[in-house]
Design a protein around this ligand. Structure first.
Ligand code: HEC
Length: 184
């Protein structure tokens, strides 16, 4: 099956967009809430879409649920911590959203989530887009089962955005308001 690789949970569209820069925290900081005033919120929403964030994250009830809901994220995070979570996803993996890795006796590794324990096997979901597709892995084939140190969120997602796009994206999340959700 999937050997030694991350689950192909979501197709992240980077091929069709132009590479701008592999942003580091140092490139973008320092930033304060004042930098997010008078930004282009609808471009921010567009940047959020273009960088595939909606594939895995919900904002105001729309988007995917592979990662945490980001609706109130700018209230929970400082700008710095938010950017760090995006630029270095594996540094801190938020509770309940990590994946496990099963190492098998044949040398293969499978990433996913344990959904069931049977007497002689473990029910394992390794394709988050096909949640009903559960592998039944015999316990005798399993060498180890542990939490993966790698976040399901890929790094480098901001690399097709300009600095202006990134500031707009932050402003979009900072000022998002559940009562006004129809700006396309
Ligand atoms: C392939 C799915 C995927 C994509 C695409 C993705 N994320 Fe994530 N994201 C996750 C998962 C899963 C987590 C939780 C695990 C972790 O903390 O690394 C997460 C965590 C986060 C966190 C930390 C949230 C918390 O409550 O701890 C932030 C902030 C974040 N993502 C922002 C973004 C932004 C902004 C984008 C678009 C540039 C994005 N993500 C794209 C899956 C994704």
């Amino acid at each position: 099956m999937i050997a030694g690789s991350q689950p192909k949970s979501v197709s992240v569209d980077t091929g069709t967009r132009k590479f701008v820069k592999l942003w580091s925290l140092e490139d973008l900081l320092p930033l304060t809430a004042e930098n997010l005033e008078d930004r282009d919120i609808s471009n921010g929403r567009q940047a959020f879409t273009a960088a595939s964030c909606f594939a895995c994250h919900r904002v105001n009830g729309e988007g995917g649920s592979i990662g945490p809901d980001l609706s109130a994220s700018m209230r929970r995070f400082s700008i710095r911590d938010f950017l760090e979570a995006v630029i270095e996803p594996s540094k801190v993996i938020s509770d309940h959203y990590g994946v496990s890795v099963i190492r098998k006796t044949d040398g293969n590794q499978i990433y996913g989530n344990v959904v069931n324990y049977y007497g002689d096997a473990i029910g394992f979901q390794s394709d988050s887009l096909n949640a009903a597709d559960i592998l039944r892995i015999p316990r005798k084939d399993i060498v180890s089962l542990e939490l993966s140190p790698i976040s399901p969120m890929p790094p480098g997602l901001l690399s097709t955005l300009t600095r202006e796009d990134i500031l707009d994206l932050l402003a979009y999340l900072h000022y998002e308001n559940p009562s006004t959700g129809n700006d396309d």
